[in-house]
Design a protein around this ligand. Structure first.
Ligand code: ADP
Ligand code: MG
Length: 611
């Protein structure tokens, strides 16, 4: 029998490879944008016609290609980015397989124009289905322009497989956004069917995010920043009340590469767990830097998955960093965090974790004094009329209608407040010693007094514990409490944190806790109960970081000290709860995710009467 194995001709091999690399027009866009970035361009233009079916063109001002390189670039496995296998482990570029251009050229009509800076003239190359059809010397600007026309012209099956123009354009925009968000230091523009869709100037990360998603996103962003040995993390998350039904704006970049990771996505979601109702998704833009040897980027060019050596640690760091920022920011959208970089980390939970060797230098020195003023004064001095915040009446979606509950001190309109006041001398009243009811612009609001107070106290405690330095009241006679051995151990562990929260106590040799000072918000006879609950909660929540431990303490204290149902409140107390609740960063839920209030709109009321 004769031999039957044959080597595939190059162009067939390239077509097969092309199927792997190029699944749709967006894949071409991704590859070409990455090449332009790798070529060190600082200005990149993308021009698309008919969702990329007719034309995909990318023009960059990068380093360009020599005449020989221009031809070689379209050979398979031709790359300037690695020379030896070792280079693979030290990559700082997007590409390295040397497959993209060969693949793209195998299934389209490509025209390349390129010129290097120190050359007078450049090169133009035409390739059809992988075959060079023309090459000439031309005059062209520095950098490279690649036109890809009639994609999949020789693979009708692929062509037919493409989705509608709307869907394919969406994919292209996704690819474009991912790269644009990775490199705010490069200007990008995108033109589709002759109209400009994006025009992104060089700027900082925040400006880039705003450029991509619009000005409105500005007020939603909370900065995230943390640096540990195994992970540096920067970026932004959107405040909880801007969470979306769709998983839209969720971006992880690892070492300057967009990646998808279910696991790390979960770390973010879990940081928001009590703040976002089920079925909603937080938006985030997170930029991680990890040691290159701690990750394994799947080298399949179209995949965005990645393997980390120490996923669990990353998970914990990300989660607590975000939780921490959520607790700190969200105060007022009026603040622009870009203005004062010191505000970005008013304190740092890592420092707290290592605060064991305490050296007292100047007890009056408070590095966060100014921040505290900036951040918390509004809460204490300006009492905005929270009714003004309910103007979004035409939104029927319960959660979305709360979107506008934002404490924007500057936008408070007194008129709206007065309207509610005119109807009664008091703007609130209590029912069944359990709920506070109040008339608001769009209808009525029912507040669960216990849940609301938990939220208020939780934020207060968190602030005290983390920013420190809050007055506590000294007890005339120390109060003695007893706990079992294991609880005492827990208590010892969190003693420093509790001191920041206003407690002072010592533990005697025979395991008696002698409390000499307590926070002003609690009373002496609650102590035994509070300490028992506290140790119980810490034990059961298994905090994986020092921050979530603080968080547990704050939650626990809030829960055990909040006003219970059944307690009669006078009008002043009621109003205080209402006002303080809506000054909270996350008024919608208790720290453990229970609703704090519900709104009945006028329409809903009317409907009820009509049946
Ligand atoms: P890879 O990016 O994996 O190296 P490609 O097929 O995408 O493979 O590109 C092949 C080579 O062509 C690159 O290594 C680079 O040297 C060159 N090249 C591609 N695009 C550009 C560009 N826009 N500017 C300059 N050189 C480029
Ligand atoms: Mg490439």
């Amino acid at each position: 029998m004769s031999d039957i194995i044959q080597l595939l001709p190059d162009n067939v091999a390239n077509q097969i490879a092309a199927g792997e690399v190029v699944q749709r027009p967006a894949s071409v866009v991704k590859e070409l944008l990455e090449n332009a970035v790798d070529a060190k361009a600082n200005s990149i233009r993308l021009i698309i016609k008919d969702a990329g079916r007719t034309l995909i063109q990318i023009i960059d001002n990068g380093k360009g290609m020599s005449q020989t390189d221009a031809r070689l670039a379209f050979e398979r496995h031709s790359t300037s980015k690695i020379k030896t296998a070792d280079d693979l482990y030290n990559l700082h570029t997007n590409g390295f397989r040397g497959e993209a251009l060969a693949s793209i050229a195998a299934i389209s009509h490509v025209t390349l124009r390129s010129k290097q800076e120190n050359n007078e003239l450049g090169t133009k190359i035409d390739i059809k289905g992988g075959d060079l059809t023309a090459q000439e010397i031309i005059s062209t600007p520095n950098g490279t322009s690649i036109e890809v026309k009639n994609l999949f012209y020789n693979i009708p099956a692929r062509r037919n497989f493409l989705k509608s123009n709307t869907v394919e354009t969406r994919h292209i925009i996704d690819a474009f956004q991912r790269i644009a968000l990775t490199y705010p230091n490069i200007s990008f523009s995108m033109i589709h069917n002759d109209s400009e869709i994006f025009n992104l100037k060089i700027g900082n990360l925040k400006q880039r995010i705003i450029g991509v998603f619009g000005k409105k996103i500005d007020e939603k962003l909370i900065p995230i920043s943390e640096e540990t040995e195994i992970l540096k993390i920067d970026g932004y998350v959107a405040k909880a009340n801007f969470a979306k039904k769709k998983r839209g704006e969720q971006f992880y970049f690892v070492n300057d590469r967009f990646i998808k990771s279910h696991y790390l996505n979960h770390a973010v979601t879990s940081a928001f767990e009590e703040l976002i109702p089920h079925g909603y998704h937080p938006s985030y833009f997170l930029y991680l830097q990890v040691p290159p040897n701690s990750i394994d980027i799947n080298i399949h060019p179209t995949k965005t998955e990645i393997k980390f050596d120490n996923e669990k640690d990353l998970y914990a760091i990300i989660r607590s960093t975000i939780k921490h920022s959520l607790g700190q920011y969200n105060v007022s959208p009026v603040l622009d965090f870009e203005k004062d970089p010191n505000l970005d980390t008013p304190y740092n939970f890592r420092n707290k974790a290592t605060s064991t060797p305490k050296i007292e230098v100047d007890s009056n020195f408070n590095p966060f004094k100014n921040e505290e003023k900036l951040k918390y004064n509004p809460k204490k001095e300006i009492k905005p009329s929270w009714e003004a915040l309910y103007t979004d009446t035409d939104n029927t979606d319960g959660f979305n209608s709360l979107k506008n509950i934002e404490v924007d001190v500057e936008n408070v309109s007194q008129n709206l407040f007065d309207e509610a006041k005119e109807q009664t001398n008091y703007s609130t009243f209590q029912v069944h010693q359990r709920y506070i009811v109040s008339s608001i612009k769009s209808g009525i609001v029912l507040i669960d007094q216990n849940a609301a107070h938990q939220r208020i106290l939780y934020e207060e405690f968190l602030e005290k514990i983390t920013i420190k330095g809050i007055g506590s009241q000294h007890l005339l006679f120390p109060k003695e409490i007893s706990l079992n051995k294991s609880d005492i151990l827990i208590l010892k562990n969190i003693q420093l944190d509790l001191e920041s929260a206003g407690f002072q106590f010592s533990i005697t040799e025979n395991d008696i806790i002698s409390v000499s000072a307590i926070p002003t918000t609690i009373s002496e006879n609650m102590l035994q109960n509070i300490f028992e609950k506290l140790t119980y909660n810490i034990k059961n929540e298994v905090p994986e970081s020092s921050f979530s431990q603080l968080d547990s303490i704050a939650k626990s204290l809030a829960k055990s000290t909040a006003i219970k149902k059944g307690r009669k409140l006078n009008h002043k107390e009621q109003e205080e709860i209402v006002n303080n609740l809506f000054l909270c960063k996350e008024p919608n839920f208790t720290p453990r995710g229970k609703k704090t209030f519900i709104i009945l709109t006028l329409e809903e009321l009317e409907e009820k009467f009509n049946f």
